[in-house]
Design a protein around this ligand. Sequence first.
Ligand SMILES: C[S@@+](CC[C@H](N)C(=O)[O-])C[C@H]1O[C@@H](n2cnc3c(N)ncnc32)[C@H](O)[C@@H]1O
Length: 269
Amino acid sequence: MAYGWVPEGVDITVPDASRVYDYALGGVHNFAVDRDFWHRAEAAFPEAGLVARTNRAFLGRAVRWLAEAGVRQFLDIGSGIPTLGNVHEVAQEANPAARVMYVDIDPIAVQQSRSLLADNPYARVIEGDLRDPETILYHPDVLQLLDFAEPVAVLTVAVLHFVPDSADPAGIMKRLGDAMVSGSYLVVSHLGPEVTPAGRELQERARKLYERTPTPVVIRDAAEVTELIGSDFEIVPPGVVGAADWHPDPDEADDPPQPTALVAVARKR
Ligand SMILES: C[S@@+](CC[C@H](N)C(=O)[O-])C[C@H]1O[C@@H](n2cnc3c(N)ncnc32)[C@H](O)[C@@H]1O
């Protein structure tokens, strides 16, 4: 079956990380294979939907926090298929001239972002791979939109857990950090281990399901996430915490802690 909105060459017979996440958040840019995969992941690990929503809520709060702190430029790597609370919407609500560059490896995410941003002079998208940071940093569209002589917030939200140790994620983060001036920020959200043995067992079942997709996931703990951020950055309070615990909105404060997505915001020294 042909779908007008699917770019040529996209394989819709295997689940894709961006489409699965889109479905988890209630989006429509996904296929039966993605939905079936998500249902299996949720059956294995019932917290999965909560993790996705909590991660997305953290992204919005972090961008708002940064925009209110005066950050005017955002480089969102692994940005996903546009959905509720996109980075440019949150950032430009705080500052209409905030610049947002989206990057994703998935052509569907790129195409959907491109059509959403058609009339937005300060937000753009490119196809790019986090594992090859220079092709992002030196992409002509990126250099045209962002000024690396000024602070930039680089977002790696729910994407680093798709980068295995063999691809040297710490080295990738260091190379990104080297391009950023003092006062720039890194935003990280990463799958972390469940706190209870029973929770870890369920999480492990879901992780094993991802092993059979083109994008297996790696679970890293707080110490490992801190290492990925590296010593060129100072992690701002409250530190590396569960997504729900990072500057929760007052009406979220009573939610039980959900440590599965570990998050942090860090400032370049
Ligand atoms: C779970 S979604 C997260 C979307 C968004 N950042 C959020 O947190 O709401 C992960 C995204 O990362 C993208 N991705 C995975 N590996 C990537 C890579 N090596 N380079 C760029 N994007 C990647 C996927 O295509 C997907 O859209």
